[in-house]
Structures are given as structure tokens and as C-alpha cells.
Design a protein around this ligand. Sequence first.
Ligand SMILES: [Zn+2]
Length: 263
Amino acid sequence: MFFHAHPDDEALLTSGTMAMLAAEGHRVVLVVATSGERGQADLEPGEALGAARIAELYRSAAALGCARVVNLGYGDSGLAPGGGVAEDRPDNAFIDADGEEAARRLAAILTEERADLLTIYDPAGGYGHPDHVQVHRVGGRAAEIAETPIVLEATVNRDPLLKGLKLVRRFYPRLDVRAFERAYSPGETITHRVNVRRFARQKRASMAAHASQATGADTRTLGVMLKVPEPFYRLIFGTEWYVRRDVPSGSRLRHPFEIPPKG
Ligand SMILES: [Zn+2]
């Protein structure tokens, strides 16, 4: 089970792993906390945007071979202009939800699916969106309640990310690289490096499915990513990274279900 904050987060962080596990015959379930109705798009933020983004999520899930999509239905907390928690967030914002209740709802799905594995985010919530931090908290607690054996924190190896973004910035000078300098995780904390190059086509299809986030202003992350030429794309998006807290940091595991060597 892959737990994400908003539609399109799965495309950027875990879509290659999802396509890989589906191709191996695993039942892959995608759960989002919100419909992302306060994302950047040509549509005004609100219900129509939320509905459009959920439709995009289903297209992405289909491209990846997911068996089921669940939306927990919390409000997208949005992001304050300078980062952090937005003041004008909706009443049912995910960030304001009762964490224990949200965790129990997610745990019920984990139990129903007899999930072997749950992905959440790192404690910083990647680039720090409040809903992503909440995914870490709620997801971690849900796995405790459901006694899910494997919890992986989906993240990005900051070191090659910065290198790659600096390369992309040569072509798109308005791309703000500074925002990524403290985001995600440094290489030495990462325990899983999953090679997803064979699933580059599915990953790209998943990103392309989120058209509302990829069109319009060319500074949007997804829009920029989709313009990356194919060879660079495979280089930048060929690996997905995870931190598993109950294996020694510095482990170099290659598959989500790989068992670390003893000793
Ligand atoms: Zn998000």
C-alpha cells in the first residue's frame, strides 16, 4: 500500500516501484489523504479542481497497474506562500485532522488488504508540505495499529537530485533549486535504492496523467520534469529511494521486500 498526500505525489516519488511490484504480481493499493484541490493549476482551487485531480489519479493508477485507489477525503491544507501551513485552509484540512482517528481509518484499510508493506514519507515530509509531514505521522501510526511488517519512507536522495536540477536549470533558468537544498534525505541515510529504469515508460505515463499539474506555467515541477529529454529522464528518474528505520542505516537494499543480511 502506497500512502500519499495529494494526487501526483505518487508519480514523482513511488510510481516506478508501484509499476514494478504490480508487474511482479503484487496487489498494489494507492491511498491519498486529500484530492489536492488547492494545488497549482489553471483551474481555480476548489471542488472542480479536486474532482479533476482524482480523475487524473485514477488514470495514473491504471498506468501503474494499481488494483485499488482510496481517497481518505481530507481537505488539502495547501501551502503558505513562503512555505509552511496556510492560514486560509479548509475546516477539514488534513493537517488539522485528529491524527489518531486518521491513523485508525488507514489502519482499517491496511488490515482489510492484509498489507505487507506501507510507504509513507520521511519526517520532514520531503520538501516540507504540511500534508506530507502529516502523512509521515498518520502513516507511521497506522502501521503500528495494523502491525504492518514493513514501513518504507519514500524520499529522494538529495545528492543526485541537486546535481540533476542544476543541470535542468541550464535550460529552465527560473527553476528554483534552493528550495531543494534542505529537502528530502541525504544519501547516507537511505536504505533502499530501487532501480526502476525498466518502468520509465509507466512512470512517465503516471506523471503525464496529472495534466492539471503539468500544463500551464512552465515553472511547475511536473511540467519541468516532463520536458526533460528521455536520456536525462532515465538518469534522473531511474531510481526511487526509501528509508526503512528498522534496518541499519547505510544498508544498500535494492528491492522493497529485500531482507537485510544478518550480523
Ligand atoms: Zn503533495
